[in-house]
Design a binder for this molecule. Structure first.
Ligand code: SAH
Ligand code: SF4
Ligand code: F3S
Length: 480
């Protein structure tokens, strides 16, 4: 298979006249949006550069889900200030969730900032740049509605490998009491299924082998407006795309992830064996105050449904410690739930009060030191569970989708008499989303996007190591 087209490799590119560097914080939605930003800049002659010092345009695609990433925006801007002073022609911009949240106020606060735009305004970037160039500093955070929201058509030429993210909804119609996302991303809008299918087909035609469908709550797909199918219908249609080797989706809300969705894991083999199901808390009292819409026993039933449909499924979750009013009994209930659910991976956070949320009106009454202690205990428990879950893979043959050279090896190509022979180590992921490193099999080339069977020989803290089965004659699929 051909390696996926790298930005900058495309012969159809206009001659590069300008360079852009985008710094991305936050969730997969922002990673996806950064690709769309690069895409809308291409016709203007922009190419990506990894070095902000070489860029004509530096953009910060930001996250405001907790206070820490929001603060990072100001410290990163301060770090970039000398570049702007040295080259006043450099355009410096903030977009994403902090851009949407603060808009114009950011321009007032940061005098060397040129541009702010919101989460719905990526398509406007060319005209916004023109306005910075001709008229000076510009802010634009206009929120789109169902009537005028248009999803940008994803262009596969800007994807950087065999895996790609694809939005199916924007915004969120739930109202978890701690969460700023509905404020910064707006109401939910579902992308028509025809557009999703067309994008998946074009991705696959350009070398993408694994697609992750993105939404804040994928299970509510199609509820905001009639698009012809719900989430399960969409999964069935996407799963039928020829050449697509793996399909993932994120995030499922436990209150909306129903039996029909869980059954998809039994019916659709292309669905990867991984489900992200954010728990948030194991205490019913806290869950109610978070307005999550489920109890812990309902949550654990969903876990059982997922495991009944796909026994080897890997589960990941998000947990918040120190929500207002969380007692040590509530926290013990969270530990108990984590023990019961046996997650493969967990993302855990200290509660951070956010403006424009219902919980911001509650006293932030769990002391910082107590939040830190709870987080430590929770992570220690999960580390044990993760280690045990990973150990079960030792000695097994796992199908791995090759993503590229192992990061540490990316610059260390093997050479033979000056001839490039590829990386020393490859990396890829199991269907259960574990990272696997393996040496190139003897006598058979491996390319990003191939599926290889790797015999797992070593379990490390955050990844697995192994060798390709059958000394390169193992079962493989792919387009090559
Ligand atoms: N739509 C997704 C992602 C939301 S943001 C979902 O429903 O899961 C990702 C995670 O950040 C959340 O799951 C939650 O665990 C965490 N989070 C959100 N707001 C937070 C806050 N105010 N303080 C701490 N963690 C928060
Ligand atoms: Fe936030 Fe809840 Fe929506 Fe997720 S489902 S984005 S946590 S409001
Ligand atoms: Fe952060 Fe915005 Fe995602 S707030 S978590 S980047 S939707």
């Amino acid at each position: 298979m051909d390696a996926a087209i790298q930005p900058g490799d495309d012969a159809r590119d206009p001659v590069p006249t300008r360079r852009v560097h985008v710094i991305t914080y936050g969730c997969q939605m922002n990673v996806h949006d950064t690709r769309r930003i690069v895409q809308v800049l291409r016709p203007l002659g922009f190419q990506e550069t990894p070095d902000p010092a070489l860029a004509d345009l530096v953009l910060l695609n930001t996250c405001s889900v907790r206070e820490k990433p929001e603060r990072k925006v100001l410290s990163t801007l301060a770090r970039l200030k000398p570049l702007k002073e040295a080259r006043p022609g450099l355009v410096l911009g903030v977009c994403g969730c902090v851009g949407q949240q603060h808009g114009e106020a950011l321009l007032e606060r940061v005098p060397y900032l040129d541009l702010v735009f919101g989460t719905d305004n990526i398509a406007d970037l060319p005209s916004l740049l023109a306005s910075v160039e001709h008229g000076g500093r510009t802010s634009h955070t206009r929120r789109m509605t169902h009537d005028d929201y248009r999803f940008l058509e994803a262009d596969p030429a800007v994807e950087a490998g065999p895996t790609a993210f694809l939005t199916i909804t924007k915004g969120c119609d739930r109202a978890c009491s701690y969460c700023i996302v509905p404020y910064v991303r707006g109401r939910e809008v579902s992308k028509p299924p025809e557009q999703v299918l067309d994008e998946v087909r074009r991705f696959v035609a350009s070398g993408v082998r694994e697609v992750t469908l993105l939404g804040q709550n994928v299970n509510s797909y199609g509820r905001d407006r009639p698009v012809g199918c719900g989430f399960v219908g969409l999964l069935e249609r996407v799963a039928a795309t020829p050449g697509l080797l793996r399909l993932r989706f994120v995030t499922s809300h436990p209150a909306d992830a129903d039996a029909r969705m869980m059954e998809c894991f039994a019916r659709l083999p292309v669905l990867a064996s991984h489900l992200h199901l954010p728990l948030q808390s194991g205490s019913d009292r806290v869950l109610a105050r978070m307005r999550r819409g489920y109890t812990i026993s309902e949550y654990l039933q969903k876990v059982e449904m997922a495991r009944a449909a796909r026994p080897d499924i890997a589960l990941s979750t998000d947990i918040i410690v120190g929500f207002p009013g969380e007692t040590s009994e509530d926290f013990q209930a969270t530990l108990k739930a984590v023990e019961a659910a046996q997650f493969d991976t967990m993302f855990s956070f200290k509660y951070s009060p956010r403006p424009h949320t219902a919980a911001a009106r509650l006293p932030n009454d769990v002391p910082e030191a107590e939040k830190a202690a709870r987080l430590r205990d929770l992570q220690a428990l999960q580390d044990e569970i993760t280690a045990a879950r990973m150990l079960r893979l030792l000695g097994r043959d796992e199908e791995v989708l090759v993503e590229g050279p192992s990061r540490n090896d990316a610059t260390r190509e093997r050479t033979s008499g000056g001839r490039l022979e590829g990386p020393v180590q490859w990396m890829g992921r199991t269907s259960t989303n574990y990272l696997v490193h393996f040496p190139p099999p003897e006598g058979r080339p491996v390319s990003p996007g191939d599926l290889v069977v790797v015999h797992i020989e070593e379990v490390l803290a955050h990844c697995l190591r192994g060798t390709v089965r059958g000394n390169g004659e193992g079962r493989t699929r792919g387009s090559g």
